[in-house]
Design a protein around this ligand. Structure first.
Ligand SMILES: [Ca+2]
Length: 464
């Protein structure tokens, strides 16, 4: 899902290869997340099991709404025209173990559809290990003129994009599956570096495509997989359809800065969406899409999404999937995840297993965490992020505050938190802070007008 403009060169080549002869309309219904192979660990998954005509879990997914992120590029940076909603007309479970994202057009010619992204934004391999991102899905079952403008995608964006929206493509984008205009082909693309040009040849990105094996991408489910291999030399990114590799890039294609900018941050979040119109389908069609011939009502059908990891000596990868800021003689890196349970000192709360790691649970008014020697460097930090959950009842809420140097100093930033859907319903909440540079003792303090626990904290970090 290139965030802007078109990729005509890649596309023209790929389009010329299309012969689109669906072999079968076997659309097998729901399977489920495959069993985890020996040596691998399931990091996260959603099987989309649940009652028919309900939304997918908000514990797993964020619903992107409208025509862009608040403060981000218009039309999601791609020129796509639809309005994203969280209506079950556009996005729902089918009751048979699948998620359906459906593009609709109203009597006025206005298109609606849906786009979701994972709450988790820290998918990356353990150091020296591998990460696999996989989905089994069926593209909208529509081809030819009726499919003009359909643009389904399963993809990942670097976590620093969330809340910033203007740092693409340096933070990295992995397009595991993209398709336009009902063509029997999957595109896999890496976006990185600078736009235009740069090491990823933006705005095209570094991509490849191929027909779906056996039956067409539109007529049947296929399995789309991306692997980030931090264990090979050189390190490598690989794309697969039904187990057949069709694209790869290697670290030695890039300068160190480009590679580090897309791999050394906290990790990636995953997205599923069905766009209508925009630069990619327009570029392939050679004209604007959709057209009056485009037929609404077709769905991207997703059986599951799963993320596995392996490596790091076979230890428990759930504690090694993120870049963790470590205390010690050199203090903490403000821009990596600072684990709450590793606080230099703590007042209140209890350490519990949570959210794929550990967290300080059940914090209440008057509690605090101290992190001694957090290094912000010379670029002013203007964002604070807390990975938090709350099962607070009866409408209780409170503040999560950041202070420098003293637990009673005036807060440099804060956010309010009430019930997130439960004590294990984790979300990353941002707050603006005044520009901070240098090295400071950071205090996270908790303030509420009522006595009960209202927040658990997994980690904190800062951003520029
Ligand atoms: Ca399923």
């Amino acid at each position: 899902m290139a965030l802007n403009l078109s990729r005509r060169r890649v596309l023209a080549t790929a389009a010329a290869l299309i012969t689109a002869v669906p072999l079968a309309a076997l659309a097998t219904a729901n399977a489920s997340v495959p069993s985890t192979p020996p040596g691998w660990t399931l990091q996260w998954s959603d099987d989309f099991n649940g009652p028919a005509n309900t939304l997918p879990s908000s514990q797993n997914w964020i619903f992107d709404l409208g025509h862009g992120y608040p403060g981000g590029p218009g039309n999601w940076g791609t020129g796509e025209i639809q309005n994203y909603t969280n209506s079950t007309n556009n996005i729902k479970l089918d009751g048979a173990g699948n998620l359906r994202i459906t593009a609709l057009r109203d009597g006025g010619g206005n298109w609606t559809s849906a786009r979701i992204e994972t709450q988790r934004a820290n998918f990356k391999p353990p150091a020296g290990g591998k990460l696999a991102i996989e989905s089994r899905l069926q593209m909208p079952n529509v081809t030819g003129q009726a499919a003009l403008g359909y643009w389904p995608a399963f993809w990942a964006l670097g976590s620093p994009y969330r809340g910033n929206y203007w740092n693409w493509p340096a933070i990295g984008e992995f397009d595991v599956m993209e398709n336009v205009n009902g063509i029997n082909s999957v595109w896999g693309v890496l976006h990185c570096g600078v736009n235009p040009g740069g090491p990823c040849n933006e705005t095209n990105g570094l991509g490849a495509s191929r027909q779906c094996p056996g039956s067409s991408c539109q007529s049947a489910f296929h399995t789309y997989r991306f692997e980030w291999d931090d264990s090979s030399s050189p390190k490598q990114l690989r794309w697969y359809v039904d187990g057949q590799q069709f694209h790869s890039v290697s670290q030695n294609q890039f300068d160190a800065t480009t590679w580090n900018n897309m791999t050394s941050h906290a990790g990636y979040f995953l997205l599923l969406n069905l766009a209508i119109g925009g630069a990619f389908p327009n570029g392939v069609a050679g004209h604007a899409t959709p057209t009056s011939a485009t037929v609404p009502g077709h769905s991207l059908v997703v059986d599951y999404v799963a993320v596995w990891s392996t490596g790091n000596g076979g230890g428990n990868p759930t504690t090694t999937t993120t870049t963790t800021s470590q205390p010690g003689g050199s203090g903490w890196d403000a821009y990596s995840e600072i684990q709450a349970e590793q606080a230099t000192s703590r007042s209140g709360g209890t350490i519990e297993s949570a959210d794929g790691g550990q967290a300080v649970a059940q914090l209440r008014n008057g509690d605090s965490l101290r992190f001694s020697g957090v290094r912000f460097g010379s670029a002013a930090a203007r964002q604070f992020y807390g990975r938090v959950a709350s099962g607070a009842t009866n409408g209780a809420s409170g503040l999560v505050e950041v202070r420098l140097g003293s637990p009673t100093a005036t807060p440099v930033g804060s956010f309010a938190l009430g019930n997130t859907g439960g004590w294990q319903s984790w979300r990353t909440v941002p707050a603006n802070i005044s520009g901070i540079t240098g090295t400071h003792d950071v205090y996270v303090t908790f303030s509420s007008g009522q006595p009960n626990a209202y927040v658990s904290v997994n980690w904190i970090r800062f951003g520029t």
